[in-house]
Design a protein around this ligand. Structure first.
Ligand SMILES: Nc1ncnc2c1ncn2[C@@H]1O[C@H](COP(=O)(O)OP(=O)(O)OP(=O)(O)O)[C@@H](O)[C@H]1O
Ligand SMILES: [Mg+2]
Length: 342
């Protein structure tokens, strides 16, 4: 996918997320409170109309929680979400319904969002029954139209989910969301579990649909090579915080946060030199319920300094990248840790 259009402007963001925090209580026996997990810790970013923003990070870093919180499926503890300049929290039920239509979340597991007992046609028609007053004939017409736009034959309405492939289930999941004319779609691991050739056609489909339906995407993935192909910008999350954000090319060619550097070092590069040599992410992330004082990446960082153990780094702006590292921009290519070979 070499034809990503020019990144859209952030002058008038469609979505503005500020200082969003979500904490989950940890309960022990008899409901005893054993602390809390900081799933999102003061997350802030903007999303421009038409943009595809990648959201990457290891399992458990808070990607799905962010998606669900934007959708209103998960309530935040702190922070604000502005959609087209209007606060999402505190809306009337009617406004909230309208908003849910505008913002849609494509679940990590597409099979799970389809009822196995329902034919695909029924699954696709259902959102129209709930959210619109369209008469049956128009609903069926819309079902056929959207099925075709996701590249499936209209006859698939008569099939059950188990009768179609994983790639086709993704398309049906997407069709279900498109039934409601959304403006922003949060795609949670949209190509996970698909083989590479199917991934490529599904990625192409996202681009085509974005152009046809004027969509804006948040593209959640732990696969940086996929993100590089489809996104304008990328936000890298580590233990509930966005540690680096920037245009996809700049961030991938010149990562400033040691965590981003290590994620990129783990990708085999076919074209061009590797971003970093001899640097591999070791160990596990810190426990999200016991974040250390100072920087959350200190335990795995090859550049760690005393300051990192004392102060949580503020966001630094370097060119068009924002980086949460005390030493961002001063780090030489990391060579401190050699990969152990057996
Ligand atoms: N409903 C919940 N109750 C308690 N803890 C939760 C809940 N949902 C998520 N968490 C915790 O919050 C953290 C972030 O989880 P989240 O599902 O957002 O991660 P993720 O980045 O989407 O991971 P993955 O790549 O595996 O999908 C994890 O520590 C997780 O265990
Ligand atoms: Mg997830």
């Amino acid at each position: 996918m070499t034809d990503i259009p020019v990144p859209p402007t952030l002058d008038a963001p469609l979505l503005t997320v500020s200082d969003l925090s979500v904490r989950f209580p940890i309960r022990g026996a008899f409901g005893r409170n054993l602390g809390e997990i900081k799933a999102l810790d003061h997350v802030s970013f903007d999303l421009a109309q038409g943009e595809i923003l990648g959201l990457v990070g290891e399992s458990g870093c808070g990607k799905s929680t962010l998606g669900k919180t934007l959708m209103g499926i998960q309530a935040p503890n702190d922070g604000s979400i502005l959609f087209k300049g209007q606060q999402i929290a505190g809306r009337t039920p009617r406004e909230a319904r309208e908003l849910r239509r505008t913002l849609q979340y494509a679940y990590q597991d597409p099979g799970a969002s389809l009822d196995p007992r329902w034919k695909i046609g029924k699954s696709l028609e259902e959102p129209l029954i709930i959210h619109t007053d369209l008469p049956r004939a128009e609903r069926l017409e819309k079902v056929r139209e959207i099925l075709t736009s996701v590249g499936l034959p209209a006859g698939h309405t008569e099939l059950f989910p188990h009768e179609i492939s994983g790639g086709q289930q993704r398309r049906v999941g997407l069709a279900r969301i498109l039934m409601l004319n959304p403006e922003v779609i949060i795609l949670d691991e949209p190509t996970a579990g698909l083989d590479v050739s199917v991934q490529a056609t599904v990625l192409r489909l996202f681009h085509d649909l974005r152009d046809t339906f004027d969509l804006t995407y948040i593209f959640i993935s732990h696969d940086l090579s996929v993100v590089r192909l489809v996104c304008h910008r990328v936000a890298v999350m580590y233990l509930g915080r966005i540690v680096e954000v920037g245009p996809v090319e700049t961030l991938m060619d010149s990562p400033k946060h040691p965590y981003t550097q290590s994620l990129l070092a783990a990708i085999p590069r076919i074209n061009g030199p590797r971003v970093t040599e001899n640097f591999w992410l070791e160990g596990e992330p810190a426990d999200a319920s016991k974040l250390p004082q100072g920087c959350r990446f200190q335990g795995r960082c090859p550049h760690v300094q005393p300051l990192c153990r004392q102060q949580d780094p503020a966001d630094k702006t370097i060119g068009d990248q924002t980086v949460a590292c005390h030493f961002a921009g001063e780090l030489s290519p990391p060579t401190a840790k050699k990969r152990q070979t057996a």
